[in-house]
Design a protein around this ligand. Structure first.
Ligand SMILES: [Zn+2]
Ligand SMILES: [Zn+2]
Length: 473
């Protein structure tokens, strides 16, 4: 590789290097500086923190900076977080963040960025982020707006400068022209980018796959980027070490349909609600087996917001095959006051079920509750023989790691059968190499992977990235 020190265009990687997720990629072109994603690095965070030891809100950005969870560069963070860390506010020195999709490992640490920095995202991505925000606030997930710290009761959240796009809508940021193109991933509203810099086009894949329900979208991306003749491609490599595998959403449907249609007992389906393909799969199973899909109260926000996007084709909240599970809280008596203001809007719907009602209708339910709602099993008073379908991704990445041993202990206690049925949000190694071969960029920068060296074996000009090093283009 010849480094061109006279180049005014460069890439610097502040996350996603030898780790899955946590992508934070700085692209500089003349005077323009944009971040491609600004995600939370789960592995890195878990190295120092866990349940009862967390970065402190009272210290603003300092705990994150000191422990290397976010980069120490000037002109990017919120005034309140700098001030809490004993630093002076700074004028933003970044022109935009280009967000590929709503998964935490790409989006969450936008929470800490100065609100004046525009954040570009797909329309579908914004709807997912709205649903997540309604589900509950969290210091490390305040992307569309944030509550200034230290938190004072009654303070209004400060909105961020969010700019949405649809596939193919080109826009400019300083010297850059950006073309977002949809890709298929395990969340709707996922995009890759072609960024036209002064040195030539740079491609960023975000997260993608070729074996999903909407693989054509990824092929659209491959086709457009191939035509662009990119000088550099930043590519994900989550499963670069996994060769060809037989997996598809249809297989998940087929396997799970069999389980549901062969029992007259309760079925629990445990999947990530942001995965709308999976939601549709289990909804279709419920519909075709004459059952109701029982969703959690806080997941009702997803159906409410995603209804706005007619492309998504998801059931409405009052659909005859949807019920909403009302958990027991505070008073233990299902009092309206036990629920958040945002949840109360759902309480008057006539398809709201308590644990008792689910138990009475167990032969008519596919209940989408996961490990964190397993205490509801106590209220259901289940007889042995209910079925549990684990339909979520490998541990690590988007979801928090959970103890599979503990899940199994609950299943054993209630004598439930366990099934596994899943198809990944990420392309296999075979597919990733096929994508790169098609696009034929001059050089590739593997991110979001623990095995960038596998790319190097098959692709000429693979650059094994060192974190924080500037790569001129
Ligand atoms: Zn990711
Ligand atoms: Zn993702």
């Amino acid at each position: 590789m010849i480094l061109r020190y006279d180049s005014l265009t460069s890439l610097t990687f502040y996350g996603g290097v030898n780790e899955i997720g946590g992508n934070k990629i700085l692209l500089e072109d003349k005077d323009t500086r944009v971040f491609l994603d600004f995600g939370k690095g789960f592995t890195r965070r878990a190295k120092y923190f866990e349940n009862f030891i967390n970065p402190r809100v009272t210290n603003g950005i300092t705990d994150f900076l000191t422990m290397g969870l976010v980069p120490d560069i000037p002109g990017i963070y919120r005034d309140d977080l700098l001030e809490l860390g004993g630093k002076k506010p700074e004028e933003p020195e970044i022109d935009a963040v280009l967000l590929t999709h709503a998964h935490s490992d790409h989006a969450d640490y936008i929470s800490f960025l100065n609100e004046k920095i525009p954040v570009y995202m797909g329309k579908g991505c914004e709807l997912i982020l709205k649903s997540l925000a309604d589900r509950g606030r969290n210091f490390e997930r305040e992307i569309l707006d944030y509550s200034p710290k230290p938190y004072k009761y009654g303070t209004k959240p400060i909105p961020r400068d969010v700019r949405t796009f649809r596939t193919g809508d080109k826009f400019t940021v300083g010297s850059l022209e950006v073309e977002p193109i949809h890709v298929d991933h395990s969340v709707p509203g996922a995009y890759g980018f072609i960024i036209y810099t002064s040195e030539g086009p740079v491609v960023y894949t975000g997260d993608l796959r070729l074996h999903g329900t909407n693989s054509q979208m990824t092929w659209d991306f491959v086709e457009k980027t191939t035509d662009a003749k990119p000088i550099a491609m930043i590519t994900e490599g989550t499963r670069i070490d996994i060769p060809m595998k037989k997996e598809s959403e249809e297989t998940v449907f087929g396997d799970s349909y069999k389980i549901v249609s062969n029992t007259n007992r309760l079925v629990l389906a445990d999947f990530n609600f942001k995965d709308i393909d999976r939601l549709r799969t289990f909804y279709n199973i419920a519909q075709q087996t004459g059952r109701k899909l029982v969703i959690k109260l806080n997941d009702a926000h997803f159906l409410k917001h995603l209804e706005e996007d007619e492309h998504l084709d998801i059931p409405k909240l009052d659909d005859e095959h949807i019920a909403i599970y009302l958990p027991k809280r505070k008073s233990g008596k299902y009092d309206d006051k036990d629920y958040t203001e945002k949840e109360r809007q759902f309480l008057n719907l006539n398809n709201v079920w308590t644990a008792d009602e689910i138990a009475q209708n167990e032969a008519n339910s596919v209940c989408c509750i996961g490990f964190y709602s397993f205490t509801s099993l106590i209220d259901m008073n289940l007889e042995p023989g209910a079925q549990y379908i684990h339909s979520a991704s490998e541990p690590y990445n988007e979801e928090q790691e959970i103890s599979q041993d503990r899940v199994d202990a609950w299943l054993e206690h209630f004598s439930m059968d366990r099934h596994q049925s899943h198809c990944s949000g990420h392309a296999t190694g075979t597919d990733l190499l096929e994508i790169v071969k098609n696009i034929a960029p001059k050089s590739i920068y593997p991110v979001h992977t623990e095995h960038p060296e596998i790319y190097q074996k098959s692709v000429e000009n693979t650059i094994l990235i060192k974190e924080c090093m500037k790569y001129p283009l």
